[in-house]
Write a protein that binds this ligand. Structure first.
Ligand code: DI6
Ligand code: FE
Length: 394
Protein backbone atom coordinates (compact mmCIF):
# COMPACT_ATOMS: atom_id res chain seq x y z
CA UNK A 1 0.00 0.00 0.00
CA UNK A 2 1.48 3.35 -1.11
CA UNK A 3 0.89 6.63 0.77
CA UNK A 4 0.03 8.41 -2.48
CA UNK A 5 0.12 7.95 -6.21
CA UNK A 6 0.31 10.52 -9.04
CA UNK A 7 -1.66 9.50 -12.14
CA UNK A 8 -2.63 10.91 -15.53
CA UNK A 9 0.89 12.20 -16.12
CA UNK A 10 4.01 11.67 -18.16
CA UNK A 11 7.35 11.34 -16.40
CA UNK A 12 10.84 12.48 -17.33
CA UNK A 13 12.74 10.52 -14.69
CA UNK A 14 16.24 11.71 -15.70
CA UNK A 15 17.38 8.10 -15.34
CA UNK A 16 19.23 8.11 -18.66
CA UNK A 17 20.66 10.46 -21.29
CA UNK A 18 17.28 10.44 -23.10
CA UNK A 19 15.64 11.78 -19.92
CA UNK A 20 14.08 8.46 -18.92
CA UNK A 21 10.76 9.41 -20.50
CA UNK A 22 7.72 7.35 -19.49
CA UNK A 23 4.49 8.33 -21.26
CA UNK A 24 1.24 7.64 -19.40
CA UNK A 25 3.19 7.13 -16.20
CA UNK A 26 2.45 6.70 -12.52
CA UNK A 27 4.59 7.70 -9.56
CA UNK A 28 3.96 6.23 -6.12
CA UNK A 29 5.32 7.61 -2.85
CA UNK A 30 5.69 6.13 0.62
CA UNK A 31 7.26 7.78 3.65
CA UNK A 32 8.41 10.80 1.65
CA UNK A 33 10.36 8.65 -0.82
CA UNK A 34 9.56 7.41 -4.27
CA UNK A 35 8.32 3.83 -3.97
CA UNK A 36 7.51 3.08 -7.59
CA UNK A 37 7.71 4.78 -10.99
CA UNK A 38 6.79 3.36 -14.39
CA UNK A 39 3.99 2.94 -16.93
CA UNK A 40 0.60 3.37 -15.35
CA UNK A 41 -0.60 0.05 -16.74
CA UNK A 42 2.00 -1.75 -14.60
CA UNK A 43 1.30 0.14 -11.34
CA UNK A 44 0.68 -2.24 -8.42
CA UNK A 45 -2.73 -1.60 -6.84
CA UNK A 46 -3.31 0.21 -3.55
CA UNK A 47 -2.75 3.81 -2.48
CA UNK A 48 -4.19 5.91 0.34
CA UNK A 49 -4.38 9.06 -1.82
CA UNK A 50 -4.58 9.61 -5.57
CA UNK A 51 -3.51 12.79 -7.38
CA UNK A 52 -4.78 13.49 -10.90
CA UNK A 53 -2.08 15.43 -12.80
CA UNK A 54 -4.41 16.36 -15.70
CA UNK A 55 -1.85 15.27 -18.27
CA UNK A 56 1.09 17.24 -16.78
CA UNK A 57 4.73 16.18 -17.09
CA UNK A 58 6.39 15.14 -13.87
CA UNK A 59 10.11 15.81 -13.32
CA UNK A 60 12.37 15.59 -10.29
CA UNK A 61 12.07 18.85 -8.33
CA UNK A 62 14.43 21.35 -9.94
CA UNK A 63 17.75 22.16 -8.25
CA UNK A 64 19.41 25.58 -8.45
CA UNK A 65 22.94 24.60 -7.41
CA UNK A 66 24.75 27.99 -7.48
CA UNK A 67 23.19 31.15 -6.07
CA UNK A 68 24.20 34.22 -4.12
CA UNK A 69 20.57 34.87 -3.19
CA UNK A 70 21.11 36.54 0.22
CA UNK A 71 22.53 40.05 -0.13
CA UNK A 72 21.84 43.67 0.79
CA UNK A 73 20.99 46.43 -1.69
CA UNK A 74 21.24 45.98 -5.44
CA UNK A 75 23.50 47.11 -8.29
CA UNK A 76 21.04 48.56 -10.79
CA UNK A 77 23.21 51.68 -11.04
CA UNK A 78 26.22 49.53 -11.95
CA UNK A 79 24.10 47.79 -14.58
CA UNK A 80 23.51 51.20 -16.15
CA UNK A 81 27.22 52.07 -15.90
CA UNK A 82 28.05 48.89 -17.77
CA UNK A 83 25.50 49.73 -20.44
CA UNK A 84 27.43 52.99 -20.78
CA UNK A 85 30.60 51.02 -21.50
CA UNK A 86 32.25 50.39 -18.11
CA UNK A 87 33.67 46.87 -17.63
CA UNK A 88 32.83 44.45 -14.78
CA UNK A 89 36.45 44.04 -13.70
CA UNK A 90 37.06 47.78 -14.06
CA UNK A 91 34.13 48.57 -11.75
CA UNK A 92 35.36 45.95 -9.29
CA UNK A 93 38.88 47.40 -9.23
CA UNK A 94 37.43 50.86 -8.56
CA UNK A 95 35.82 49.57 -5.35
CA UNK A 96 32.37 48.92 -6.82
CA UNK A 97 31.14 45.49 -7.83
CA UNK A 98 31.22 42.84 -5.13
CA UNK A 99 32.55 45.30 -2.53
CA UNK A 100 29.58 47.63 -2.91
CA UNK A 101 27.27 44.69 -2.13
CA UNK A 102 29.51 43.87 0.84
CA UNK A 103 28.89 47.34 2.27
CA UNK A 104 25.11 46.98 1.83
CA UNK A 105 25.08 43.44 3.24
CA UNK A 106 27.11 44.42 6.31
CA UNK A 107 24.68 47.31 6.94
CA UNK A 108 21.60 45.04 6.83
CA UNK A 109 20.38 42.97 9.79
CA UNK A 110 19.13 39.40 9.46
CA UNK A 111 15.47 40.40 9.23
CA UNK A 112 16.21 42.83 6.39
CA UNK A 113 18.29 40.29 4.48
CA UNK A 114 15.57 37.70 4.87
CA UNK A 115 12.83 40.09 3.71
CA UNK A 116 14.83 40.96 0.61
CA UNK A 117 15.67 37.33 -0.16
CA UNK A 118 12.23 35.76 0.25
CA UNK A 119 10.68 37.09 -3.00
CA UNK A 120 13.75 35.89 -4.90
CA UNK A 121 13.39 32.45 -3.38
CA UNK A 122 9.62 32.38 -3.93
CA UNK A 123 10.10 33.11 -7.63
CA UNK A 124 12.30 30.03 -7.97
CA UNK A 125 9.94 27.84 -5.96
CA UNK A 126 7.07 28.87 -8.24
CA UNK A 127 9.09 27.38 -11.12
CA UNK A 128 9.34 23.98 -9.45
CA UNK A 129 12.63 24.37 -7.57
CA UNK A 130 12.81 22.13 -4.48
CA UNK A 131 16.53 22.41 -3.62
CA UNK A 132 18.71 25.50 -3.71
CA UNK A 133 22.29 26.29 -2.81
CA UNK A 134 22.95 29.70 -1.25
CA UNK A 135 26.44 31.14 -0.82
CA UNK A 136 27.74 33.77 1.57
CA UNK A 137 30.50 35.98 0.15
CA UNK A 138 29.11 39.46 0.77
CA UNK A 139 30.14 39.62 4.44
CA UNK A 140 33.88 39.00 4.12
CA UNK A 141 34.36 38.82 7.88
CA UNK A 142 33.31 36.09 10.27
CA UNK A 143 30.34 37.92 11.73
CA UNK A 144 28.82 39.00 8.43
CA UNK A 145 29.56 35.78 6.52
CA UNK A 146 27.86 33.78 9.27
CA UNK A 147 24.98 36.27 9.30
CA UNK A 148 24.39 35.50 5.61
CA UNK A 149 24.59 31.76 6.22
CA UNK A 150 22.12 31.96 9.12
CA UNK A 151 19.68 33.87 6.92
CA UNK A 152 20.09 31.22 4.21
CA UNK A 153 19.37 28.46 6.73
CA UNK A 154 16.33 30.39 8.02
CA UNK A 155 14.96 30.61 4.46
CA UNK A 156 14.96 26.83 4.41
CA UNK A 157 12.84 26.84 7.57
CA UNK A 158 10.46 29.48 6.21
CA UNK A 159 9.67 27.64 3.00
CA UNK A 160 9.26 24.04 1.84
CA UNK A 161 12.67 23.75 0.17
CA UNK A 162 16.05 22.23 0.92
CA UNK A 163 18.68 24.96 1.34
CA UNK A 164 22.35 23.97 1.11
CA UNK A 165 24.70 26.65 2.40
CA UNK A 166 28.18 27.41 1.08
CA UNK A 167 30.81 29.59 2.75
CA UNK A 168 32.34 31.94 0.14
CA UNK A 169 34.44 34.15 2.41
CA UNK A 170 37.16 33.94 -0.27
CA UNK A 171 35.05 35.90 -2.75
CA UNK A 172 36.92 39.23 -2.64
CA UNK A 173 39.36 41.05 -0.38
CA UNK A 174 37.45 43.35 2.00
CA UNK A 175 38.37 47.04 2.35
CA UNK A 176 40.02 46.53 5.75
CA UNK A 177 42.51 44.14 4.11
CA UNK A 178 43.11 46.35 1.05
CA UNK A 179 46.58 45.57 -0.33
CA UNK A 180 46.85 42.53 1.98
CA UNK A 181 44.98 39.92 -0.03
CA UNK A 182 47.15 36.96 0.96
CA UNK A 183 46.78 37.88 4.61
CA UNK A 184 43.01 37.89 4.22
CA UNK A 185 43.10 34.48 2.51
CA UNK A 186 45.15 33.13 5.42
CA UNK A 187 42.64 34.61 7.87
CA UNK A 188 39.77 32.89 6.00
CA UNK A 189 41.62 29.57 6.08
CA UNK A 190 42.75 29.79 9.69
CA UNK A 191 39.90 31.60 11.45
CA UNK A 192 36.70 31.49 9.41
CA UNK A 193 36.56 28.09 7.69
CA UNK A 194 37.05 25.94 10.83
CA UNK A 195 34.26 27.78 12.63
CA UNK A 196 31.81 27.40 9.74
CA UNK A 197 31.30 23.71 10.50
CA UNK A 198 27.62 23.23 11.30
CA UNK A 199 26.58 26.39 9.47
CA UNK A 200 28.03 25.76 6.00
CA UNK A 201 27.61 22.57 3.99
CA UNK A 202 30.53 23.40 1.68
CA UNK A 203 33.30 25.94 1.02
CA UNK A 204 33.70 27.90 -2.23
CA UNK A 205 36.32 30.36 -3.45
CA UNK A 206 36.73 32.75 -6.39
CA UNK A 207 40.04 32.04 -8.09
CA UNK A 208 40.59 34.80 -10.62
CA UNK A 209 42.81 37.74 -11.51
CA UNK A 210 40.42 40.09 -9.65
CA UNK A 211 40.01 37.68 -6.72
CA UNK A 212 42.43 35.04 -5.33
CA UNK A 213 45.44 33.18 -6.66
CA UNK A 214 45.45 29.41 -6.91
CA UNK A 215 47.91 29.26 -4.02
CA UNK A 216 45.63 31.32 -1.76
CA UNK A 217 42.62 29.27 -2.85
CA UNK A 218 44.59 26.15 -1.95
CA UNK A 219 45.01 27.37 1.66
CA UNK A 220 41.26 27.84 1.94
CA UNK A 221 40.57 24.42 0.43
CA UNK A 222 43.10 22.69 2.68
CA UNK A 223 41.37 24.26 5.68
CA UNK A 224 37.98 23.13 4.38
CA UNK A 225 39.12 19.57 3.92
CA UNK A 226 40.72 19.56 7.36
CA UNK A 227 37.34 20.68 8.73
CA UNK A 228 35.57 17.94 6.79
CA UNK A 229 33.81 20.34 4.41
CA UNK A 230 33.58 19.61 0.66
CA UNK A 231 34.74 22.33 -1.74
CA UNK A 232 33.55 24.06 -4.92
CA UNK A 233 35.30 26.68 -7.05
CA UNK A 234 34.44 29.76 -9.13
CA UNK A 235 36.93 28.82 -11.84
CA UNK A 236 38.21 30.51 -15.00
CA UNK A 237 35.30 32.95 -15.34
CA UNK A 238 37.27 36.04 -16.34
CA UNK A 239 40.77 34.60 -16.90
CA UNK A 240 42.22 31.14 -17.61
CA UNK A 241 44.25 30.54 -14.49
CA UNK A 242 43.98 26.78 -14.35
CA UNK A 243 41.08 26.75 -11.90
CA UNK A 244 39.61 23.46 -13.11
CA UNK A 245 42.85 21.57 -12.46
CA UNK A 246 42.95 23.09 -8.99
CA UNK A 247 39.32 22.10 -8.36
CA UNK A 248 40.01 18.57 -9.58
CA UNK A 249 43.16 18.25 -7.48
CA UNK A 250 41.13 19.09 -4.38
CA UNK A 251 38.33 16.69 -5.31
CA UNK A 252 35.89 19.58 -5.63
CA UNK A 253 32.20 18.76 -6.02
CA UNK A 254 32.00 21.37 -8.78
CA UNK A 255 33.93 23.90 -10.81
CA UNK A 256 31.66 26.76 -11.80
CA UNK A 257 31.58 29.31 -14.68
CA UNK A 258 34.49 27.88 -16.77
CA UNK A 259 34.13 30.39 -19.62
CA UNK A 260 37.90 30.29 -20.11
CA UNK A 261 38.64 26.76 -18.93
CA UNK A 262 41.03 24.84 -21.16
CA UNK A 263 40.62 21.26 -22.28
CA UNK A 264 43.21 19.80 -19.89
CA UNK A 265 41.32 21.29 -16.96
CA UNK A 266 38.02 19.99 -18.27
CA UNK A 267 39.50 16.50 -18.62
CA UNK A 268 40.90 16.69 -15.08
CA UNK A 269 37.46 17.61 -13.77
CA UNK A 270 35.88 14.63 -15.51
CA UNK A 271 38.51 12.28 -14.07
CA UNK A 272 37.93 13.67 -10.55
CA UNK A 273 34.13 13.50 -10.86
CA UNK A 274 33.95 17.28 -10.47
CA UNK A 275 30.73 18.65 -12.02
CA UNK A 276 30.95 21.63 -14.40
CA UNK A 277 28.34 24.21 -13.37
CA UNK A 278 27.47 26.47 -16.31
CA UNK A 279 26.03 29.91 -15.63
CA UNK A 280 24.63 31.50 -18.80
CA UNK A 281 22.99 34.37 -16.89
CA UNK A 282 26.45 35.70 -16.01
CA UNK A 283 27.75 35.18 -19.55
CA UNK A 284 24.78 37.08 -20.96
CA UNK A 285 24.93 39.92 -18.44
CA UNK A 286 28.66 40.42 -18.95
CA UNK A 287 28.16 40.03 -22.71
CA UNK A 288 30.84 37.34 -22.71
CA UNK A 289 32.11 36.25 -26.07
CA UNK A 290 34.06 33.35 -24.53
CA UNK A 291 31.72 30.48 -23.64
CA UNK A 292 32.43 27.24 -21.79
CA UNK A 293 33.88 24.56 -24.05
CA UNK A 294 30.85 22.29 -24.05
CA UNK A 295 32.31 20.12 -26.83
CA UNK A 296 35.35 19.34 -24.70
CA UNK A 297 33.05 18.53 -21.76
CA UNK A 298 31.14 16.08 -23.97
CA UNK A 299 34.35 14.49 -25.23
CA UNK A 300 35.66 13.93 -21.72
CA UNK A 301 32.33 13.05 -20.12
CA UNK A 302 32.37 15.98 -17.70
CA UNK A 303 28.91 16.19 -16.13
CA UNK A 304 27.30 19.58 -16.75
CA UNK A 305 24.89 21.40 -14.44
CA UNK A 306 23.09 24.67 -15.11
CA UNK A 307 22.26 27.34 -12.57
CA UNK A 308 21.16 30.96 -12.17
CA UNK A 309 24.23 32.28 -10.26
CA UNK A 310 21.57 34.67 -8.94
CA UNK A 311 23.50 37.69 -7.65
CA UNK A 312 23.11 41.48 -7.79
CA UNK A 313 26.07 42.09 -10.12
CA UNK A 314 27.05 39.65 -12.80
CA UNK A 315 23.83 37.62 -12.95
CA UNK A 316 20.60 39.24 -11.77
CA UNK A 317 18.83 36.08 -12.95
CA UNK A 318 15.71 35.16 -11.03
CA UNK A 319 14.52 32.31 -13.24
CA UNK A 320 16.03 28.85 -13.52
CA UNK A 321 13.67 28.06 -16.41
CA UNK A 322 15.15 30.98 -18.35
CA UNK A 323 18.60 29.46 -17.74
CA UNK A 324 17.38 26.31 -19.53
CA UNK A 325 16.69 28.41 -22.61
CA UNK A 326 19.98 30.32 -22.34
CA UNK A 327 21.92 27.13 -21.72
CA UNK A 328 20.61 25.85 -25.05
CA UNK A 329 20.60 29.05 -27.11
CA UNK A 330 23.78 30.64 -25.77
CA UNK A 331 25.93 27.66 -24.75
CA UNK A 332 24.47 25.20 -27.28
CA UNK A 333 23.45 22.53 -24.80
CA UNK A 334 20.98 19.95 -26.05
CA UNK A 335 17.58 19.75 -24.38
CA UNK A 336 18.51 16.60 -22.41
CA UNK A 337 21.81 18.17 -21.31
CA UNK A 338 20.00 21.29 -20.08
CA UNK A 339 17.33 19.33 -18.19
CA UNK A 340 19.87 16.94 -16.63
CA UNK A 341 21.73 20.12 -15.66
CA UNK A 342 18.96 21.34 -13.36
CA UNK A 343 18.17 17.91 -11.91
CA UNK A 344 20.56 14.97 -11.79
CA UNK A 345 23.80 16.82 -12.39
CA UNK A 346 22.80 19.75 -10.18
CA UNK A 347 22.27 17.24 -7.37
CA UNK A 348 25.77 15.88 -8.01
CA UNK A 349 27.20 19.42 -7.89
CA UNK A 350 25.84 19.62 -4.34
CA UNK A 351 26.91 16.12 -3.36
CA UNK A 352 23.27 15.06 -2.89
CA UNK A 353 22.79 11.41 -3.84
CA UNK A 354 19.13 11.22 -2.79
CA UNK A 355 17.52 13.42 -5.45
CA UNK A 356 17.61 14.67 -9.02
CA UNK A 357 16.25 11.41 -10.46
CA UNK A 358 12.82 9.79 -10.14
CA UNK A 359 13.66 6.29 -8.95
CA UNK A 360 12.65 4.08 -6.04
CA UNK A 361 14.33 5.17 -2.81
CA UNK A 362 14.93 8.76 -3.91
CA UNK A 363 13.36 11.69 -2.08
CA UNK A 364 9.89 12.41 -3.43
CA UNK A 365 10.67 15.96 -4.60
CA UNK A 366 8.63 16.51 -7.76
CA UNK A 367 7.84 19.34 -10.16
CA UNK A 368 4.74 19.23 -12.38
CA UNK A 369 4.58 21.14 -15.65
CA UNK A 370 1.68 21.75 -18.03
CA UNK A 371 3.71 21.20 -21.22
CA UNK A 372 3.43 19.03 -24.29
CA UNK A 373 6.97 17.66 -24.15
CA UNK A 374 10.08 18.19 -21.98
CA UNK A 375 11.70 20.37 -24.66
CA UNK A 376 9.02 23.03 -24.01
CA UNK A 377 10.85 23.89 -20.77
CA UNK A 378 13.89 24.92 -22.81
CA UNK A 379 12.11 26.28 -25.85
CA UNK A 380 9.97 29.07 -24.36
CA UNK A 381 11.51 32.17 -22.83
CA UNK A 382 9.79 33.81 -19.87
CA UNK A 383 6.98 31.29 -19.44
CA UNK A 384 6.25 29.44 -16.23
CA UNK A 385 4.26 26.27 -16.88
CA UNK A 386 4.85 24.87 -13.37
CA UNK A 387 1.51 23.69 -11.97
CA UNK A 388 2.64 21.80 -8.90
CA UNK A 389 5.49 21.07 -6.54
CA UNK A 390 5.86 18.15 -4.17
CA UNK A 391 8.46 18.19 -1.39
CA UNK A 392 9.31 14.91 0.34
CA UNK A 393 5.99 13.47 -0.80
CA UNK A 394 3.80 16.35 0.41
N1 DI6 B 1 31.36 35.25 -9.89
C1 DI6 B 1 30.11 35.65 -10.02
O1 DI6 B 1 29.45 35.51 -11.00
C2 DI6 B 1 29.67 36.26 -8.78
N2 DI6 B 1 30.77 36.02 -7.94
C3 DI6 B 1 31.73 35.48 -8.63
O2 DI6 B 1 32.79 35.17 -8.14
C4 DI6 B 1 29.44 37.71 -8.98
C5 DI6 B 1 29.23 38.42 -7.72
C6 DI6 B 1 28.93 39.87 -7.90
O3 DI6 B 1 29.21 40.51 -8.93
O4 DI6 B 1 28.38 40.43 -6.92
FE1 FE C 1 28.72 32.87 -8.57
Amino acid sequence: MFDAVWLNCHAATMADAALGVVEDAAVAVTGGRIAWVGPRAALPAGATRTHDCAGAWLLPGLIDCHTHLVFGGDRAAEFEQRLGGAGYAEIARAGGGILSTVRATRAADEAELRQAALPRLDGLLAEGVTTIEIKSGYGLDLENEFKQLRVARALGEARRVTVRTTLLAAHATPDEYAGRRAEYARHVARDIVPQAVGLADAVDAFADAIAFTNEETGWVFDAARAAGLPVKLHADQLTDQGGPALAAAHGAMSGDHLERANEAGIAAMAAAGTVAVLLPGAALTLRETAHPDVDAMRRHGTRMALSTDMNPGSSPARSLLLMLNLGCSLFRLTVPEALLGVTRHAAAALGLADRGVLAPGMRADLALFAINRPADLCYWMGANPCVGRVVAGA
